[in-house]
Design a binder for this molecule. Structure first.
Ligand code: 26W
Length: 825
C-alpha cells in the first residue's frame, strides 16, 4: 500500500524504506517522527517484504493443491507481531543494526506496538503458537477468528484492587492487517424458516424470512514461518451493517430495522468475553460464534469450489479443527451449507461433515461446559436448530439400538437434553477426532468425563500434548540464552527443538553452567528494572525469583501460594535468627471481571505485598510483586528471569498448562502438582530436577466422588496454618477490616458456602507444598546443584515445542502435505 520498493532486504534499502514511509505517512523526517510513527513506518516496510512471500505461498499451495487445515478459534492471543516477524524472517539483527545507524532502538520501537490480545489465556495462546509452527513446518493453514474491537481488558491495580479498562488495540491502526472487502459474506440471524418443495427435484428447500443480517468482512494477517518463506493467514472477521442507515429507509418506515442492523453489527465484534473457563450463556456470545463460523465456512467453500467441482470430496482438501466447543456450530452450519446451498442430501452432507470436523477439548471444569438453552438457540439460529435436532434424533436412535432399555445413556449423551444444546456432545458425535491436550487430561476424558462416548467410539479419542513455540519464547524473549545455546550446539534447535537435548552433555561442565547462570542473572536484572519502573519496588536480583503467572482461577490456587507466603512471613517475624534465603515472589494474573473470589485474591496478594515489602525488620528477605497487566509481551521478560515456576493447580484440574513449558525452556524448574503436562515435564527432566507435591489426580477424584475430606480437621490440627487462615479475618492485611477477605475464608472452611468447603484442597496440600518450598530453598543454596537443575530443564524441554504437537496433529488427524515456497522476491 505504501509504494513499490526495491524488494531486496538490504540494509541501506531498508533504511530508505523506513524514511520514505515516515515521509509518506506523516510528512515528517525520521528525526521528527515519534516512536509510534517509526513503529508504523518500520512495520509497513516489513510488511512490504512479507507480502511477496505471502503471494508466493498462496501460489504454491494452489499449484500443489495441498490439503489445508482451518483452525477455528474464538481466540488468538498473538502478542506483538513486529519482533516476531523479524525473528522469523531471520532479519531481527539486521534490522536492529539498520535502526541503530539511525539512532533508533528497536526495543523502544517494539514497545510501541500494542499486544494484540484477542484471547484470554492458554487456549488463545496455544492457537497462536500453532499458527507459528504450521508456517514454520511448511503446512498450508488458515486461522479463523474474530477481529474484536476490544481485546482482553487492560488491568490496572488501584489501591490493591483490579480495575479493568478497555483495550483499544486498534487505535493507532494495525499495520500488518489487510482488509479484504472482496471476500465479504452475509451472515443471517433469527427469523422464520419456511420450506417448499422444489418443483423440479422434489427436494425440500428451506427459506429463511424476516431475519436480521450482518456483513462479515475479513482482515488478513500474515503468519510468517521461520526462514522458509511460508506465509500463512490469520483471517479475523469484522462486522458491518448491510443496510446502512439512510434517509431512504427512514422514509419507508424502516428506521428501526436499519438502526437495529447497525447496532447488531457493531455489537457482535465489539469485545472479547473475558471469561476463562467459565460459561456465561450470553446470547451475544452465541452470535459471535455463529458469525465467524458462518463467514469462515462460506469463504472456505468458495475457495474450494474455485478449483474443484465435487463438493463431496471436500474432506480430501480441507480439515477443520475446532478449538474447544466455542466453534462447534461449524457442524450444523456446514451441514446447512452442504444441504441448503450445495444441494447434497442428508447422508452425503453428513459424510462430508463427519470427515471434515475434529474437536479439541481444553478443560474438564464443569462450569466451562457450553450448554445453550434451546429457546435461545432456536430463536437465534432457527435453521441450524432444525439440523441439530435431526443430528440428535439420529444419534439417539443409534444409542437406543446399541444400549436397548438404557435411558441413562441417552440422558448422558444426547445433544438435546434438559432443554439445552450440549455443545461438547455435538462435537464428539459429529467429528472424527476428539483430543485432549496432555496425557493425563486425555486419560481423564476417556475414563471419567467422557467415558460413555469413549466406550461407544474409542477410535475417535487421541492425545495431543500441547507445546509452545521456541521462536517467540526463547529466540525472541531470551536473546542472551538463545545466542549462548546457538554458540554451544548450533542453531538447529530453532526449528528442531529435540536438538536442545545436546545441551545435556554440558551439565557436568562447570564453565558452561556458570555462563548459563550468569545469563539468568542478567535476565533477572532486566526484570528487576521492569519492576522498578512499573511497580516502583526494588527487588534483589540475587534473591530467588519465584513466579506464578497465569489467569486467576481458584483451581490454579494462587491462594495457596499467598497463604504460604503469609506463613513464611509469620515464621521470619517470629524467628528473626532463622536462616532464610531471600525470595521475591512474583505474580501476574487477570481475574474475569465478574469473578469475586478471584478479585479478592488479587487484593489479598497486593495487601500482603504492602505489609511485607514495607516491613524493614525482615531485612528484605521477602518481597512480593504483582505485575500489572500480565500479557504476552511482559511474559517474555518474566519467563527468561524466573528461578522457580509455580504450577500448583489441584491435580486433575489443569488440562495441560503451557506456561510450565515456557519456564522449562528458559531453564526454570517446576514446583508443582502432578497435573496436566507437569506429569510429562517430570517424565522428561527427571524427579530430581523438579519439585513435586500434593494429592494425585486419582486421590482428588476419589475424594470428589466418595467424600471423606474435611478441611476443618486440618485447620484445628495445624496451628500455624490456622493462624494464617485466621489472619484473613483478623485485620492483619486489611487495616483492621474483618470482612475484606471473609469470602476467601469461607471458601476454605464453610460448608454452607459451597457444596464442599475447600473445593480445591488447599488445606490438604498446604504442608506438602511448604515442604516442597523448603526443598527449593535447600537446592538453591547449593550453586552446583541448582545450576544443574536449571540447565537440565532447558536441555530436556525438547518435547514441548508446538512443532512436535503440530506434527502429531498432521500425522494422526489432519493428514497434510508439506509445501515448499521459493522466495517471493
Ligand atoms: C465458555 C467460556 C470458556 C472460555 C475459555 C470456557 C473455556 C475456555 C478455555 C477452554 C479455557 C482455557 O484456556 N483452557 C486452557 O487451555 C490450555 C490450552 O490447551 C491448557 O493448557 C490449559 O490447561 C487450559 O486451562
Amino acid at each position: 500500500m505504501i509504494l513499490a520498493y526495491s524488494k531486496r532486504f538490504e540494509k541501506e534499502a531498508f533504511k530508505e524504506m523506513v524514511k520514505d514511509n515516515v515521509k509518506i505517512l506523516y510528512r515528517k523526517t525520521i528525526e521528527e517522527a515519534t516512536s509510534q510513527q517509526i513503529f508504523q513506518a518500520v512495520s509497513y516496510a516489513v510488511k512490504d517484504i512479507i507480502i511477496d512471500d505471502w503471494l508466493a505461498t498462496q501460489e504454491e499451495c494452489r499449484k500443489k493443491d495441498a490439503k489445508m487445515v482451518y483452525y477455528m478459534s474464538m481466540e488468538f492471543l498473538m502478542g506483538r507481531a513486529l519482533g516476531n516477524n523479524l525473528i522469523n524472517m531471520m532479519s531481527y539483527k539486521e534490522v536492529r543494526e539498520a535502526l541503530e545507524d539511525m539512532n533508533i532502538d528497536l526495543n523502544v520501537i517494539e514497545d510501541q506496538e500494542p499486544d494484540p490480545a484477542l484471547g484470554n489465556g492458554g487456549l488463545g495462546r496455544l492457537a497462536a503458537c500453532f499458527l507459528d509452527s504450521l508456517s514454520t513446518l511448511n503446512y498450508h493453514a488458515y486461522g479463523c477468528g474474530i477481529r474484536y474491537r476490544y481485546g482482553m481488558f487492560k488491568q490496572k491495580i488501584e489501591n490493591g484492587y483490579q480495575v479493568e479498562t478497555p483495550d483499544e488495540w486498534l487505535k493507532e491502526g494495525n499495520p500488518f492487517e489487510i482488509r479484504r472487502e472482496e471476500y465479504a459474506k452475509e451472515v443471517r440471524f433469527g427469523g422464520d424458516i419456511r420450506f417448499e418443495k422444489d418443483p423440479e427435484t422434489g427436494k425440500d428447500i428451506f427459506i429463511q424470512e424476516n431475519y436480521e443480517s450482518v456483513r462479515a468482512i475479513p482482515y488478513d494477517m500474515p503468519i510468517v514461518g521461520y526462514g522458509n518463506h511460508v506465509v500463512n493467514t490469520l483471517r479475523i472477521w469484522d462486522a458491518e451493517a448491510i443496510t446502512n442507515f439512510s434517509l431512504a429507509s427512514f422514509d419507508r418506515g424502516d428506521y428501526h430495522k436499519a438502526v437495529e442492523q447497525e447496532n447488531l453489527a457493531k455489537m457482535i465484534v465489539d469485545v472479547l468475553y473475558p471469561n476463562d473457563n467459565h460459561y456465561a450463556g450470553k446470547e451475544l456470545r452465541l452470535k459471535q460464534q455463529y458469525f465467524f463460523i458462518s463467514a469462515s465456512l462460506q469463504a472456505m467453500i468458495a475457495k474450494y469450489k474455485k478449483h474443484h467441482d465435487d463438493i463431496r470430496k471436500l474432506p480430501e482438501k480441507v480439515v477443520i479443527q475446532m478449538n474447544d466447543t466455542h466453534p462447534t456450530v461449524a457442524i450444523p452450519e456446514l451441514m446447512r451449507l452442504l444441504i441448503d446451498v450445495e444441494g447434497l442430501d442428508w447422508d452425503e452432507a453428513w459424510d462430508v461433515t463427519t470427515k471434515t470436523c475434529a474437536y479439541t477439548n481444553h478443560t474438564i471444569m464443569a462450569e466451562a461446559l457450553e450448554k445453550w438453552p434451546v429457546d435461545l438457540f432456536s430463536r437465534l439460529l432457527p435453521r441450524i436448530y432444525q439440523i441439530v435436532q435431526e443430528i440428535d434424533r439420529r444419534f439417539v436412535s443409534e444409542v437406543r439400538a446399541k444400549y436397548p432399555g438404557n435411558e441413562e445413556k441417552v440422558k448422558k449423551m444426547a445433544i438435546l437434553w434438559d432443554s439445552q444444546v450440549h455443545m461438547a456432545r455435538m462435537a464428539i458425535i459429529s467429528g472424527f477426532s476428539v483430543n485432549g491436550v496432555a496425557k493425563l487430561h486425555t486419560e481423564i476424558l476417556k475414563h471419567q468425563e467422557l467415558k460413555d462416548f469413549y466406550e461407544m467410539m474409542p477410535q475417535k479419542f487421541n492425545n495431543k500434548t500441547n507445546g509452545i513455540t521456541q521462536r517467540r519464547f526463547l529466540l525472541h524473549g531470551n536473546p542472551l540464552l538463545a545466542d549462548w545455546i546457538t554458540g554451544r550446539i548450533g542453531d538447529g534447535w530453532i526449528t528442531d527443538l529435540s536438538k536442545i537435548g545436546n545441551l545435556k552433555v554440558l551439565v557436568n561442565d562447570e564453565q558452561a553452567r556458570r555462563e548459563f547462570m550468569q545469563i539468568k542473572y542478567q535476565n533477572k536484572v532486566r526484570l528487576a528494572a521492569y519492576i522498578k519502573e512499573h511497580n516502583d519496588i526494588e527487588v534483589d536480583s540475587e534473591s530467588i525469583f519465584d513466579v506464578q503467572v497465569k489467569r486467576l482461577h481458584e483451581y490454579k490456587r494462587q491462594l495457596l501460594n499467598i497463604l504460604h507466603i503469609m506463613y513464611l512471613y509469620n515464621q521470619i517475624k517470629e524467628h528473626p535468627e532463622m536462616s532464610f534465603y531471600p525470595r521475591t515472589f512474583i505474580f501476574g494474573a487477570k481475574a474475569a471481571a465478574g469473578y469475586q473470589r478471584a478479585k479478592e485474591t488479587i487484593k489479598l496478594i497486593n495487601s500482603v505485598a504492602e505489609v511485607v515489602n514495607n516491613d524493614r525488620s525482615i531485612n528484605g528477605k521477602l518481597k512480593i510483586v504483582f505485575i500489572e497487566d500480565y500479557r504476552v509481551s511482559n511474559a517474555e521478560l518474566i519467563f527468561a528471569a524466573a528461578d522457580v515456576s509455580e504450577q500448583i493447580s489441584t491435580a486433575s484440574k489443569e488440562a495441560s498448562g503451557t506456561s510450565n513449558m515456557k519456564f522449562m525452556l528458559n531453564g526454570v524448574p517446576t514446583l508443582g502438582t502432578m497435573d496436566g503436562a507437569n506429569v510429562e515435564i517430570v517424565e522428561e527432566v527427571g524427579e530430581k530436577n523438579a519439585f513435586i507435591f500434593g494429592l494425585s489426580s486419582e486421590e482428588v477424584i476419589n475424594y470428589e466422588n466418595n467424600g471423606g475430606y474435611n478441611p476443618v480437621d486440618i485447620y484445628f490440627n495445624d496451628w500455624e496454618l490456622k493462624r494464617v487462615i485466621d489472619q484473613l479475618t483478623d485485620g492483619t492485611y486489611s487495616d483492621g477490616d474483618h470482612n475484606m477477605y471473609r469470602n476467601l475464608y469461607n471458601s476454605l472452611l464453610n460448608t454452607q458456602c459451597t457444596n464442599r468447603a475447600d473445593t480445591y484442597f488447599i488445606l490438604k496440600d498446604f504442608r506438602s507444598y511448604a515442604e516442597a518450598q523448603k526443598k527449593v530453598e535447600e537446592a538453591y543454596r547449593d550453586d552446583h546443584r541448582w545450576s544443574k537443575i536449571a540447565l537440565m530443564n532447558t536441555a530436556c524441554s525438547g518435547k514441548f515445542t508446538s512443532d512436535r504437537t503440530i506434527e502429531e496433529y498432521v500425522e494422526d488427524i489432519w493428514k497434510l502435505e508439506k509445501v515448499a515456497v521459493p522466495s517471493g522476491q
